[in-house]
Design a protein around this ligand. Structure first.
Ligand code: PRT
Ligand code: ZN
Length: 283
């Protein structure tokens, strides 16, 4: 069978997490910084290392079958690709920002203003859908310095911590798009057996990242109360301890409920709580 090709970012913010995700899926490959392509030793897949901006079109045109890229780049290139899986990393927001001293209050105040961005397609759609006509100035880098240089009244750029905006005297004004890394596929690839296998593995890794494995000790008298706090688990593993009347309970807890659940378990008599990461969850 012919190997499929997946395109990932060669270097930059998504490279390391994309490589790590594929390795966590059990794929074995060399990650030479200098190479453009590598073959996976134990899975029918080749990995192409590309600039992120090129990935959606490579996938659309079938040069790659799959790709991992930010939603912001997919939307900007308007490539015709299928979303296969949200991956939960590379989270950021495309925002319009204005100088701290600007007294713009609402979107209407951008009418007729100059906005610098590397995302003219997404910005135009956003402004059109809000009935705003602005002068979109496309620049490819260092967008955040353009108001200070007198080149624009506002910017539209990716924000994650907000540090870049602050250090350039800018403040967030409007959210345009929330983005994260997405596994995309070319038309007709979603039901390919290799893709289904890869997606099953990716989902088991993502599920595991959202889950903690917890072992705790409790006196038998308090066991029912502890089990009631674990609604997702039909029947947790309960193991007797050497000390009479004490048992160990093994269970999995969702990351998002973690602190709330741990505090409730402690209050119900849980002791010696051990928390471990989970590698994979196959369902
Ligand atoms: O070389 P190549 O073209 O492949 O990479 P690139 O330089 O175009 O992209 P890269 O590696 O910077 O980002 C890849 C993807 O990561 C983006 O397309 C987004 O989907 C995602 N991402 C997540 C980010 C950020 N967070 C981010 N903070 N992309 C860019 N930034 C930049 C932003 O442009 C701004 O300059 O970081 C600055 C803002 O960060 P904060 O933390 O100061 O708010
Ligand atoms: Zn890029």
């Amino acid at each position: 069978m012919k190997n499929l090709k997946i395109a990932i970012q060669k270097s930059g913010r998504l490279n390391e997490k994309s490589v790590q995700l594929l390795k966590n899926c059990g794929l074995s490959f060399e990650n030479y910084k200098s190479s453009l392509m590598t073959t996976v030793a134990n899975f029918a897949l080749e990995i192409l290392f590309l600039r992120d901006d090129d990935i959606p079109e490579y996938v659309q045109d079938g040069i790659a079958d799959l790709g991992i890229v930010g939603e912001n780049v997919i939307n900007e290139t308007e490539a015709d690709v299928t979303y296969l899986q949200r991956l939960g990393f590379g989270r950021c927001t495309l925002k319009i920002a204005i100088p701290n001293q600007s007294n713009a209050q609402e979107l209407r105040d951008l009418e007729g203003k100059a906005i610098a961005t590397s995302y003219p397609v997404i910005l135009k759609k956003f402004l059109d859908s809000n009935g705003i006509h602005a002068d979109i100035r496309t620049i490819s880098g260092s967008v955040e310095i353009s108001p200070g240089l007198g080149l624009s009244d506002a910017i539209c750029d990716i924000v994650s911590t907000g540090g870049t905006l602050r250090s350039n005297g800018l403040k967030p004004f409007a959210d345009v798009l929330s983005s994260e890394a997405i596994l995309i596929g070319r038309a007709g690839i979603a039901n390919d057996p290799i893709v289904l296998e890869l997606m099953q593995r990716i989902q088991s890794v993502l599920r595991a990242q959202e889950t903690k494995y917890v072992v705790l000790n409790v006196e038998r008298d308090n066991l029912d109360a502890i089990i009631r706090l674990l609604p997702g688990v039909k029947s947790p593993t309960v193991v007797p301890l050497a000390e009479e009347n004490w048992v160990a309970v093994h269970t999995a807890i969702a990351e998002q409920d973690f602190w709330d659940k741990i505090n409730k378990l402690k209050a119900a008599g849980a002791q010696g709580i051990i928390v471990m990461p989970v590698e994979k969850i196959i369902i």
